[in-house]
Design a protein around this ligand. Structure first.
Ligand code: GDG
Length: 723
């Protein structure tokens, strides 16, 4: 039976060594609890670093002990931790992904180790993975891992979730190894982020940096489709609800009541990090006291900063700055019995946090950037009496869901100041109205819901991908097609031209039919029961020149023009081409910037070709063009067709699928076959009846049932039909 493998930088366990004995304590963090429902089941397993350097002779003992808990350790040396984790992960990726580009270090050695450790994780996965297993990889320390696994286990089902933000293209492009990182992530079948903005940023970076194509939130890379989606992570809501009734928490809360009396508490909890906006928060609080002496002796900021990464200079500087500012505020406003800021630079047991959440009047969560931010949700889950106010930064992923919080821009000191005053003065009635709706969101979208929807979607995406995989039209199938053909009386063959009947040429007009092709098609058409239809995006003049003299039916410009064998070309009525006035200048600007590209004008479409453009550059520009044109095409009711080395813009009423289904309408064909190589042919495959034989050329990912590898295989099949 297949199993699920979770992979993250850290295992959800704390290992300590006392008196030569190792002790293991499972983490109670939200992620560990949520994923507990997966990794603790059956033979599922969680792979990760065990959090400490372990002497070689102890490694097998630790592995054995952890395996009993369905955990599998990756052992990292001090050097590896320094360069891969503290270095590349936290000094390169972390600042860039949190929009602090000036803090980023681009050290070759960091990168070398990052690759090396990702390889090490790959080995750990391969040692346990079997075909059919589901692998769920977590976070920015392992961006290369999905593709490393994909190369070894091409059919595995791989999900990836990034817990921190994905920055906009302008930030991401700064990283020297950006393409490698994207390729690494795109080894997945499903990539998840907390918010839709992250999804957009990732997709835009991927399409601008790599030669790939996208439709909506699906990235097409070589023969695979990768789904990118938003999965806002929740917390263990039940746990935080229940904690408020825990005797230790109740006692702790009473102690807080003794200390603070009726004073209002503003709570702030973060790990030490420049992305958290701790200094800005202190400044806003300072202003509240400076401008409102009535709050002296009446309110306190209770601030917990959990020590973190303080070997890195920026973190040390930040800690010093916080120390100074807190000291300064306290020195200026304190009274003999009252401190404005209660500052703690350490961590506390969860019961202590729960008591604080439940006693606090306001929770001030104002990061400059945050993937999600779980503290805001934990505060809400702990507010069982439905009072309390959350002030939340719009830069935290959580702000997309917790819309009944007071949302602020953390760079806007005045706005933060006003938000604190508003929260301090808010009536209990309004607090309750807001808190009730916040609590509903946190309850519904909890950690279990998050795990379930991610896993469900991973299964769905994989099943869809497998169902989209066309079968190769091999010898046996060809025999089967021939049997179908021989028992039929009225047959139609829809044949795309470029990439299907002939190979691409640098200059489209050079791709004219060769003698062998004429011979092949003529032979096929000799049988009176057969009707050949050439269905192409080419201009009707070109099809006329090449096939007009033959008894084939012709469909040109994706269906804008049609001609019965021996008849006249007819154009689809009531179509306008006025839109070209707006579109042509845009295409011209792309041609001016992209050597080798050119514009082809057809009656109802404009095509920008890049088959002669340097490899990679053409795809890059095409993606840029597509994203720039999206708005205009929607407004003018046009269709944007990314084809094989071409982007075509045309009236949306026209497509090959409609043309093919109109063609067969009312005619009782008992054998229908269609072959095509690009995006525009997918419309034919989708529109034909299920009994039709549909064949994609050059790729197995398609709506078609079957695929052939290249033009030679297409010609071979046609040859079988005519012999
Ligand atoms: C990443 C992303 C995203 C804090 N102080 C203490 C303590 N905590 C706990 C809180 C909360 C967690 O730490 C911090 O939550 P974050 O949301 O900031 O999560 P991170 O793991 O730091 O970071 C973040 C998250 O991943 C999930 O995807 O939300 O944006 O940066 O649970 O309660 N816990 C204890 N004592 C403390 O003093 N016991």
């Amino acid at each position: 039976m297949s199993k699920t493998i979770i992979v993250s930088n850290r295992l959800p366990v704390k290992i300590t060594k006392e008196n030569e004995e190792y002790e293991f304590k499972l983490s109670e963090g939200g992620l560990a609890t949520g994923l507990g429902s997966i990794y603790q089941e059956g033979n599922n397993i969680w792979i990760g670093w065990c959090g400490m350097e372990v002497a070689e002779e102890d490694q097998s003992l630790i592995t054995e002990k952890l395996h009993q808990k369905n955990l599998s350790p990756v052992f990292l040396s001090e050097e590896e931790i320094h360069f891969y984790y503290e270095g590349f992960s936290n000094e390169t990726l972390w600042p860039i992904f949190h929009y602090m580009s000036t803090y980023a270090e681009y050290e070759q050695q960091y990168w070398d180790y990052y690759q090396k450790v990702n390889e090490k994780f790959k080995e750990a996965v391969l040692a346990l993975a079997e075909p059919g297993d589901i692998i769920w990889i977590h976070d920015y320390q392992l961006l290369l891992l999905p593709n490393l696994i994909r190369n070894e286990l091409p059919d595995s089902s791989i999900g990836f979730f990034q817990h921190i933000p994905f920055p906009s293209f302008e930030l991401f492009r700064l990283i020297p190894w950006r393409a490698e990182l994207l390729n690494g992530m795109l080894g997945s079948d499903l990539i998840g982020f907390h918010t839709y903005d992250d999804v957009r940023h990732f997709t835009s970076s991927a399409t601008r940096i790599l030669p790939i194509q996208t439709t909506a939130n699906i990235i097409h890379k070589e023969d695979r489709n990768i789904t990118i989606d938003a999965f806002p992570m929740g917390i263990d809501n039940d746990k935080f609800n229940k904690l408020t009734k825990n005797p230790t928490v109740i006692q702790q809360k009473e102690e807080f009541n003794d200390i603070f009396g009726k004073n209002k508490i503003i709570l702030s909890i973060d790990r030490l990090d420049y992305s958290k906006g701790i200094l800005q928060r202190l400044m806003a609080f300072d202003k509240v006291l400076a401008d409102n002496p009535k709050y002296i002796n009446k309110i306190s900021l209770h601030m917990i900063v959990v020590p973190s990464r303080d070997t890195i200079p920026q973190y040390r500087d930040l800690r010093d700055d916080i120390d100074k500012l807190v000291g300064n505020i306290n020195a200026r406003y304190r009274t003999p019995r009252w401190h404005p800021v209660h500052y703690f630079y350490r961590s506390f047991p969860i019961e202590h946090l729960s008591a604080l959440y439940s006693r606090a009047d306001i929770c001030l969560v104002t990061p400059m950037r945050d993937g999600m931010n779980l503290v805001s949700k934990e505060f809400i889950a702990s507010k069982t009496d439905e009072t309390g106010v959350l002030i939340l930064s719009e830069m935290a992923g959580a702000s997309k869901e917790l819309i009944d919080a007071i949302i602020v821009n953390p760079n806007n000191l005045g706005e933060m100041y006003r938000a604190i005053i508003e929260a301090l003065e808010m009536s209990e009635e309004e607090q309750k109205t807001r808190m009730r709706s916040l609590r509903e969101v946190v309850k519904k979208f909890d950690i279990n819901h998050w795990v379930k929807i991610f896993m469900d979607q991973l299964h769905e995406v994989k099943a869809l991908e497998q169902s989209r995989m066309a079968k190769h039209a091999n010898k046996d199938l060809i025999l089967q097609f021939k049997n179908q053909l021989s028992s039929s009386k009225k047959r139609v063959f829809f044949l795309d031209y470029d990439g299907t009947l002939v190979n691409f040429k640098a200059n489209p007009i050079d791709a004219s039919p060769d003698e062998k092709l004429y011979q092949l098609l003529t032979n096929l058409n000799k049988d009176e029961r057969n009707q050949i239809v050439i269905i192409s995006g080419r201009k009707h003049e070109t099809l006329e020149e090449w096939f007009g003299h033959l008894p084939f039916d012709l469909i040109a410009e994706h269906g804008a023009w049609q001609k019965k064998a021996g008849g006249k070309w007819l154009e689809t009525p009531n179509l306008s081409d006025k839109w070209k006035l707006a579109v042509r200048p845009m295409l011209e600007s792309y041609s001016d910037r992209t050597p080798g590209s050119f514009i082809e004008e057809k009656r109802f479409s404009l095509a920008w070709h890049y088959r002669k453009v340097e490899k990679g550059l053409g795809e890059l520009r095409a993606n840029e063009l597509i994203s720039n044109m999206r708005y205009l095409t929607r407004e003018k009711d046009l269709q944007l067709l990314p084809g094989n080395k071409v982007v075509e813009i045309k009236n949306s009423e026209i497509n090959k699928g409609k043309a093919a289904s109109n063609y067969i309408f009312g005619k009782d064909f008992d054998f229908i076959l269609a072959m095509g190589d690009d995006h525009t042919d997918e419309d034919i495959f989708e529109n034909l009846p299920a009994s039709a034989i549909t064949i994609k050329v050059g790729s197995s990912v398609s709506e078609a049932q079957y695929y052939l590898r290249d033009v030679d295989e297409v010609r071979n099949l046609l040859h079988h039909f005519s012999s």
